[in-house]
Design a protein around this ligand. Structure first.
Ligand code: CMP
Length: 147
């Protein structure tokens, strides 16, 4: 049976600032993933701290929060079969310096921090991350393409 999943994505401030929002959304849609919620926002420090709370003890935490609040981000909920793994494949590895050409981070990221995009790593994380930024009325389940 097809495993329809939802995942959470962020186009980070570096990618938004360089005008790559359209290119990234285009890659998402061309991959067959459906964008079922979308918004562009300036995160507050409190929102970024909460979102990355799992990394609180890491040495890069405060710099990460600073980066994520340095300009607007574009957040989207993506839906499709195996959406979590497919979005991670499109993004490429976390460190943009190690990401192959053809992946979003390889083509549009700069380093391990300024890596253009975020994606959930597992179904439970996806649920938590989606609920952190979107309420139910902002998410419209995709209308499947008619035959
Ligand atoms: P993301 O997928 O959003 O999840 C956590 C983020 O922390 C990651 O992408 C990077 O932007 C950042 N990050 C992870 N490791 C490091 C690191 N060693 N130094 C700086 N930033 C990091």
């Amino acid at each position: 049976m097809a495993d329809t999943q939802r995942t959470f994505s962020i186009i980070k401030p570096d990618a938004v600032a360089k005008g790559a929002t359209g290119e990234i959304l285009k890659r998402i849609e061309e991959s067959g993933l459906r964008i079922i919620a979308l918004k562009r926002v300036q995160l507050s420090a409190q929102q970024a701290e909460g979102f990355y709370a799992v990394h609180k003890a890491r040495p890069f935490y405060s710099e990460l929060v600073q980066f994520m609040t340095s300009g607007p981000v574009v957040m989207a909920v993506l839906e499709g079969e195996n959406a979590i793994a497919r979005w991670r494949e499109l993004m490429g590895p976390t460190n943009s310096n190690e990401a192959p050409a053809g992946t979003i981070r390889g083509d549009l990221g700069t380093d391990i921090e300024q890596n253009a995009v975020h994606g959930s790593d597992a179904p439970e994380t996806a649920r938590v991350e989606i609920a952190y930024f979107f309420n139910a009325t902002e998410i419209q389940a995709a209308v499947e393409a008619l035959p």
